[in-house]
Every structure is written in structure tokens, then in C-alpha cells.
Design a protein around this ligand. Structure first.
Ligand code: ATP
Ligand code: MG
Length: 404
């Protein structure tokens, strides 16, 4: 992508009272555009990051045999009336007929019912990656709490509690994989079940000052509890709990038979007896991950994307007005594109200082400079965003290192 033509542009100013780093940096670096409180457009840089997070989640969901589907955002009101969730405050109701989906148990449960006859049809899991709508009283902290946001939600169907628990453990590991691959260390936290279940749920929390949740982490075994639970000592080892601020990036629930009862979802067991299906549900805040990564991975100059979800692998900068150097930069841009290495090309007619400041703000892992000086020294100058070391290498060496 040529920076001169990109819809994503950097800006020096930030006209908002949102104090969080993600709101400021993602806006100033051209990743998102705020449309109203909790409602954002994703510009090319931001959408690239989101797509990478989505792909990681998709891989991990496929690995636990979940099947991707897409459910409607417009959910008929009768579905919500069946579970008594038609009056939940966070539901947006665009007309008398619908409530915009803020979670999809009411759609997926009848979908599962249509599929299930006997025990042989179980277990299975469906997931989707979709825009969710929630009428949050206070939409704040940039992408962390939106009124419209991207979620991954999955729903599993089982013959009994033991089978659900087996799958729940696989999902737990898949969640750790997702957050780890996105560059986040997450804590597994016991929490209340909210609008979903009377049982405890489990949250995945990332420690950050920008987080809205208070959690208590065991100093010894790293297990943690949401502050809404009255836990005073580690329930596992009796260790001392320390209070931390966290952002919830995922939440998983044992739904038991709450939704299968509401929609009468039963199967015939081995003895020919009707039994209620047991369900679990599993959410990830996809756009919130992007915000939390920005909170955790930035410095005073800007963002520092982990390679796995960076919008581009290379930030290519051409410097000076020298025609030969410009041509060399253009050729390198073509070559990187041909090799399918994602590259942002800053070919703007601007001062070196301004270009470097933008590269730091945008936060692509590798900066490559082409100028008369670097050509004279035998190639291009490379610098990693997270290091101050600068090296000159040949174009050939660069291509080889990127194709690994
Ligand atoms: P919170 O406690 O932060 O309000 P929640 O418990 O209501 O979230 P869930 O229903 O568990 O949220 O949704 C699954 C995931 O979606 C959450 O773990 C979170 O990462 C993300 N999420 C929830 N609400 C929002 C929101 N308003 N904006 C962005 N992401 C959200
Ligand atoms: Mg939650």
C-alpha cells in the first residue's frame, strides 16, 4: 500500500477526552475513525489488524472442531421472549419485531435443535465472527467498550455434563492460544455468570491499567478471581491474593440446560429416552483484543505491533529527491509485493524526521529505508520498531530474511 494514497493517514492532533492509549494511538495513527461514542470505522490499517486477529481465532476454533456459521444481527423478538431476555438493558431494539443480537444463544439453540435427533448427533460446536450491538450505558476507552463491536461467539452442544466439561477444557486451551498468538498474556479468572448462567463463568483477563475490571490474582499459582466474587484467599493453594486491573478479552460459560429447556432441545439417548442437551458458550472480544494490544504494546512514540497481527510486515521509506534512489525504492516495493510480503510504502515527499516519526507511530515491526546514503553503503537500512539498532544490508539479504 502506498502511504500517499492510503485512507489511513496519521495526524498530530487528537480531539477527544478519552484518556486511553488505544483511543489516542489508534486514531492518530490512522487505524480507526470514531463516528460517535462507542461506534468506530476501521480504516485500512485497522481492518488489516482485525482480519489477522480473526484469522488466528478462526484457526484455533477450527482446531477444536468448531464449525463456522453466520447468524443474523436482526434477531426476531419472539426468540428473546422464549428465554425472557427481551428486556435486557443492553439490547438495542430497532423496531417492534427485532432486537439486535448482543449474544446469539436465542438463534443458535433452535439451529442446533433442527440438527439433533439422537445421541449420535452430539457433540458439535458452532462459531461466528460478527458485529455485536450493545446499548452500553458508558461507551468508553476507545475500542474497549463499543456499542457496536466485533465478537467471536461459539456455542457447543453435548449429551451430558461430563462431555461439556471435556470440551470446555479444550476451549480454554484454544483461548490461551489465541491471546498468546496475539501477543497477550492472559489470566484465567473465576467470575459470576451474568445474564447467561447461575454458575460461575471464566474470564480471560489481560493486566492493564486501562482495564475496567478489578481482579485478584494468586501470588503463587496465578489463578485469579473477579472482584465481584467474595474470595479472600486462593481457592486452590490458599495463597495471598493481590489486586490488579484487567481487561476482559474473553469469557466462557457452562450454560447447563438453561437454553435447551427454553427451546425444548432434546435427544434420544442409547436407551431410547429423551434427554435435555447441555450447552456451553464462548465469547472473544475481537476488536477489544486490538485495543488491549495497543494498551500493552506501545511506547512514548507510538504503537508496537506483534508480528502476528501487524498491519504490514515492512514499513518501506524512501528518502530524498535523488532519482536513482527513488527508482531503487520503487523496485524494492514491487519485489516485496511480488514475494507477497505485506509492505507499507512511504514514498511521500516529506522530511526524513516526519517519516520516521510516522513509522514509529504506526508501529510496523520492521522499518526499511532506501536513500542515496544507504545505496552508497551497499543496500538498505533496517531497524526493528522495538530496538534502536540500525543496520545496512543488501536487498538480497533483506528478501531472504523476510521469506523465512
Ligand atoms: P464486560 O464485562 O466487559 O461488559 P461482558 O461480560 O458483558 O463484557 P460477554 O457477554 O462475555 O461480555 O462478551 C464476550 C466478549 O466480548 C467479552 O469477553 C469482551 O471481550 C467482549 N465485549 C463485551 N462487551 C464489549 C463491548 N461493549 N465492546 C467491545 N468488546 C466487548
Ligand atoms: Mg463477560
Amino acid at each position: 500500500m502506498r502511504l500517499s494514497q492510503s485512507l489511513s493517514q496519521t495526524s498530530k492532533t487528537f480531539s477527544s477526552d478519552d484518556p486511553t492509549a488505544n483511543a489516542k494511538l489508534l486514531t492518530q495513527a490512522g487505524f480507526v475513525k470514531r463516528e460517535s461514542a462507542g461506534v468506530y470505522s476501521f480504516l485500512p490499517f485497522g481492518w488489516r489488524v482485525m482480519r489477522k486477529i480473526i484469522e488466528i481465532i478462526r484457526e484455533e476454533m477450527n482446531a477444536v472442531d468448531a464449525q463456522e456459521v453466520l447468524m443474523p444481527a436482526l434477531v426476531p423478538i419472539e426468540y428473546w421472549q422464549k428465554t425472557g431476555r427481551d428486556n435486557v438493558e443492553i439490547g438495542f431494539q430497532p423496531s417492534e419485531k427485532y432486537i439486535l443480537g448482543w449474544s446469539h444463544e436465542e438463534v443458535v439453540t433452535p439451529m442446533g435443535k433442527q440438527r439433533i435427533k439422537s445421541y449420535r448427533d452430539l457433540p458439535f460446536c458452532a462459531f461466528q465472527i460478527q458485529t455485536k450491538f450493545r446499548n452500553e450505558a458508558r461507551a468508553k476507552s476507545g475500542l474497549m467498550r463499543g456499542r457496536e463491536f466485533m465478537m467471536k461467539d461459539a456455542y457447543s452442544f453435548h449429551a451430558n455434563q461430563a462431555d461439556l466439561e471435556k470440551y470446555y477444557a479444550r476451549m480454554k486451551q484454544a483461548y490461551f492460544n489465541v491471546f498468546g498468538r496475539c501477543g497477550l498474556e492472559s489470566f484465567y479468572v473465576d467470575a459470576p455468570g451474568g445474564e447467561f448462567t447461575k454458575k460461575r463463568s471464566h474470564e480471560f483477563q489481560v493486566l492493564t491499567e486501562a482495564g475496567e475490571d478489578k481482579i485478584f490474582v494468586c501470588e503463587k499459582c496465578k489463578l485469579a478471581w473477579n472482584s465481584e466474587l467474595e474470595v479472600r484467599k486462593c481457592e486452590k493453594c490458599g495463597g495471598k491474593l493481590v489486586e490488579k486491573k484487567g481487561a476482559e478479552v474473553g469469557n466462557i460459560f457452562d450454560l447447563s440446560t438453561r437454553f435447551s429447556e427454553a427451546f425444548d432441545v432434546k435427544y434420544l439417548d442409547e436407551n431410547g429416552k429423551q434427554q435435555l442437551v447441555v450447552m456451553g458458550c464462548y465469547g472473544i472480544g475481537v476488536s477489544r483484543i486490538m485495543a488491549v494490544v495497543a494498551e500493552v504494546h506501545h511506547d512514548e512514540k507510538g504503537l508496537l505491533w506483534p508480528e502476528s497481527i501487524a498491519p504490514f510486515a515492512v514499513h518501506l521509506v524512501s528518502l530524498g529527491k535523488d532519482e536513482a534512489a527513488k527508482k531503487a525504492a520503487e523496485e524494492l516495493y514491487e519485489e516485496l509485493n511480488k514475494a507477497k510480503i505485506e509492505v507499507l510504502f512511504d514514498e511521500r515527499d516529506a522530511a526524513a524526521g516526519a517519516k520516521f516519526a510516522d513509522a514509529d507511530l504506526i508501529g510496523i515491526p520492521l522499518r526499511v529505508v532506501v536513500s542515496p546514503k544507504t545505496l552508497e553503503a551497499g543496500g538498505v537500512e533496517i531497524k526493528k520498531r522495538n530496538s534502536s539498532e540500525v543496520n545496512t544490508i543488501s536487498v538480497k539479504e533483506l528478501l531472504k530474511s523476510l521469506q523465512k
